[in-house]
Design a protein around this ligand. Sequence first.
Ligand code: MLT
Length: 270
Amino acid sequence: MGAYDLTAFAGMRGLTMNVAVAGRGPVAVAVHGFPLDHRMWADQLGVVSGRRLLAPDLRGSGGTPWVGDPVHTMELLADDVASVIRSAAPDGADVVGLSMGGYVSLALAERHPELVRSLVLCDTRSRPDTPEARARRDATIDEVVSRGREALADTLVGVLVASDADPLVRARLRTMIEGTPTESIVAFSRGMRDRPDRTAVLAGLEVPVLVVVGEHDALVPVSEAEEMAAVAGARLEVVPGVGHMPPMEAPEVFNRLLERFWRDEVPAVR
Ligand code: MLT
């Protein structure tokens, strides 16, 4: 793990966002998954070379407060991230999004294409929730409201990582899930449940794209990542032996993929 600073950036509607910052070079922004925070990128911050990496806490996550929104739409979250990028890198940034962070990144690419220089889509999808997945969101909301975040963590940690994952990685996930306000978990779940299909956005991207997926991801099958890569005309990297969280489960492999993509496929930037 590397060292990083925590800085305040302005989000939308007066929100103060907590953002981890480390490294030197052109700006890259890493957007976390659900219901996590910037700490899921602890093995990238201050470790990945060639970029100044910013990892915002989305509203209601980590050090960014929940400020009363009943729904965290992917559009609202994307506008918050756009606000951070505009402050740190007005010419745009290399964006990395994992899972829910990928939904947000596609919304960002749709709404603020001028701010996205390249895109890494990790263990995520462009398609909307199926009716069954929407029903599962409602079940998650019921579970967290009635049984608490610990119960959600009990269910989720085992789904997020491969069966032989390091107990420290599991502990880090549990800490983040149990620290996310219940109100945020509800608002994120509603926002993901109601997100639109962004496959056309993926197909229309005019920037370099890399699709990454863990070989044993229980939430996004490799076949779906293959389809996304085909739609985007992008390369797919399957990270062997890991689940839904390659940046935490296989940081060395993941970091090398990022560094190589930025070096070889993203046109030279200041
Ligand atoms: C995530 O890791 O962000 C979630 O698995 C996304 C989702 O539930 O769709």
